[in-house]
Design a protein around this ligand. Structure first.
Ligand code: HAM
Length: 405
């Protein structure tokens, strides 16, 4: 038997209904915040992720689905959404237009990780990216947008925030950190590699020895320049004023190299080891790094598999179940269904059954109304209807049935 690949899974009903419901609500909320839908390809040039997500990240280091296509191009199944949206933003010259551009997206991402609960090799993200707005109010709005989506589904979370500095304060801090790291030879090999590629990435190393050592390391928050410090203070003020509880986590550096200034993560205790449900931050240098005009940017992505694990969803009763009591009425309900389907969801049963059997089937398929035609209804041009939500029964003329919402 051919099975789905390890770490990849099918999304069948009723989970697929829950998935669509999440997308519908998250998209609505993103639109309320001024974002428009964007779609970018699943395949991109490998260089795009090397130059954005970065060489020091696990994603680029070991997790990319990378291959050479039939034309000899070095390509990757996208491991995340931001890089592709930035590429598109530059390719379509939006960086030259000026103004603010806000996008949301959703779809498959691919990372060759070790599968476990909440961690897949093909997974789905809902993300937003905002370009052209340097104000820290935008960071605040983006965090509030992520929170609004989590709140919509009553998901318990805690929010961690940090500032990763800017080109003024980060390089001198990195030098101090590297100096510190050079004086500690017992850090793990991964950290030694990161020390040379992007030293701040060592701070979220999970190795207990490293963690112990880094409690003594210089802290970036003590080395922020005046502007970064002021903005980080303003962000906290905005969150507090909006009633958002947060925790400052000086070791929150995120697993991708492109961040500057604000970084944040929403974690949920309901998830187990893979507890990050959403993450994001500012990346003011990335557009320029990928060849565009310098453009400030900020965004986040939610892990859809993880969020779906955190709320219950009971699909609402919907539409009309149509059934016949005898063979002579089947053509009639077939015709009625076609007319009704122009406006409503119709679940049509071709086989004649007893009333009891039809009611059971309508209930199982979560129809709102069970609509039945037998000899009596056929001769009087009526339909027998049971409202399965209100438990009410009635007989109505066919025309009236076709008008029902
Ligand atoms: P990320 O933190 O790598 O950020 O991923 C965002 C979310 O995707 C995570 O918080 C998690 O919920 C989910 N996720 C990541 N890997 C997996 C996996 N293997 N299986 C299931 N879920 C997973 C980004 O991807 C950035 N592009 C976010 C961003 C947008 N930053 C700025 N703009």
């Amino acid at each position: 038997m051919i099975k789905a690949l390890r770490g990849m899974r099918d999304i069948l009903p009723p989970l697929s209904q829950k998935y669509l419901y999440f997308l519908q609500e998250a998209s609505r909320i993103a639109r309320n915040y001024g974002f428009e839908y964007i779609q970018t390809p699943l395949l991109e040039e490998t260089q795009l992720f090397r130059r954005s997500v970065g060489e020091s990240s696990d994603i680029v280091g070991k997790e990319m689905y990378q291959f050479t296509d039939k034309g000899g191009n070095d390509v990757v199944l996208r491991p995340e959404g931001t890089a592709g949206v930035v590429r598109s933003f530059i390719e379509h010259k939006l960086d030259r237009q000026g103004g603010v551009h806000r996008f949301y997206y959703h779809g498959s991402m691919f990372r060759y990780e070790r599968p476990q609960k909440g961690r897949f090799r093909q997974f789905h993200q809902f993300g937003v990216e905002s370009f052209g707005e340097a104000s820290v109010y935008e960071d605040g709005a983006i965090i509030l947008l992520a929170k609004a989506i989590l709140d919509r589904f009553s998901i318990p979370y805690s929010l961690k925030i940090n500032s990763l500095g800017c080109p003024t304060c980060l390089p001198p801090y990195k030098e101090r950190l590297v100096e510190f790291l050079r004086s500690h030879d017992d850090i793990c090999d991964d950290c030694k590699r990161r020390r040379d590629l992007n030293p701040i990435r060592v701070l979220d190393c999970k190795n207990p020895t490293c963690q112990q050592i880094y409690t003594q390391a210089p802290k970036l928050l003590d080395h922020l320049c005046g502007q970064c410090e002021e903005e980080f203070g303003k962000l906290q003020e905005l969150l507090t004023a909006q009633g958002v509880a947060y925790e400052i986590d000086p070791n929150l550096v995120r697993g991708l190299d492109y961040y500057t200034k604000t970084a944040f993560e929403f974690v949920s205790s309901g998830l187990g080891a893979q507890n990050a449900v959403a993450g994001g931050g500012r990346y003011d240098r990335l557009v320029e790094q990928l060849g565009g005009k310098p453009t400030p940017a900020v965004g986040f992505a939610i892990g859809i598999e993880r969020i779906l694990d955190l709320f219950e969803y009971e699909p609402k009763r919907e539409g009309f179940y149509l059934g016949a009591l005898d063979e002579e009425c089947v053509d009639e309900i077939f015709d009625l269904a076609t007319k009704k389907r122009a406006r409503s969801r119709v679940l049509l049963e071709y086989r004649p059954k007893s009333l009891k059997a039809h009611l059971k089937a309508a209930d199982r398929q979560k129809a709102r109304y069970a609509c039945i035609i037998g000899e009596n209804e056929r001769s009087s041009k009526t339909v027998w209807i049971k409202d399965l939500e209100r438990k009410e029964e009635k007989v109505v003329p066919k025309e009236q049935f076709l008008e029902m919402e």
